[in-house]
Design a protein around this ligand. Structure first.
Ligand code: XMP
Ligand code: MG
Length: 178
């Protein structure tokens, strides 16, 4: 199922198995708790939609969007909130859902920002983790797959806003971005 732009890393069946596994853990950990799930736009949308409907705990849904400035090669680590929460998380358990944890700049900023709102807890759930590129001391509480330093697209993940619509997750071929 390889195509012109990406080599398949996870196909639809494999993605579903990974998402099931994460949802199962969350269901166990938050049993009898109330949870606010916060999706980070836009990359998390497919993962969030599939994972959220597998949750069996009492939960609400909110979104945030953030951008980090600097070129992709030299991240400045400066993060700006472009869309804030529309609900109050004070005294609530929060689960942040992200597509991929890379340098950690985005999620460590978001986590600190959310903590100021006095939630009961803040945990991080990410479909992918690239720990080799980390610049901030942040680790996910739930992770689908840990990957080496590859650029991946599909299932919500983009390259210059393209390829989010792929039903699989693929490693972008170097000729596309070089
Ligand atoms: P940091 O570096 O702050 O950034 O952890 C995480 C964000 O960087 C993007 N990112 C990727 N997007 N394929 C993508 O489509 C990748 O391999 C990749 N690596 C990082 C992504 O927007 C993520 O939220
Ligand atoms: Mg993203």
């Amino acid at each position: 199922m390889n195509n012109d732009i990406a080599k398949v890393l996870l196909d639809e069946t494999q993605i579903a198995a990974v998402v099931d596994g994460i949802a199962e853990k969350i269901n166990k950990d938050y049993k009898n708790e109330e949870l606010v799930v916060v999706g980070i736009l836009k990359g998390s949308i497919m993962f969030l939609a599939d994972m959220f409907r597998r949750l069996e705990v009492s939960c609400s849904l909110d979104f945030m969007a953030a951008s980090s400035y600097g070129s992709s090669a030299v991240s400045s680590g400066k993060v700006t909130i472009e869309k804030d929460l529309s609900s109050d998380i004070k005294g609530k358990h929060v689960l942040v859902v992200e597509d991929i944890l890379d340098t950690g700049n985005t999620l460590s900023y978001i986590k600190d920002y959310l903590k100021e709102k006095e939630p009961l807890s803040v945990k991080i759930c990410t479909l992918f983790d690239k720990p080799s590129r980390r610049q901030k001391p942040i680790n996910p509480d739930y992770v689908g797959r840990t990957i080496p330093d590859l650029f991946i697209v599909g299932y919500g993940l983009d390259y210059n806003e393209k390829y989010r619509n792929l039903s699989y997750i693929g490693v972008l071929k170097p000729e596309i971005y070089s």
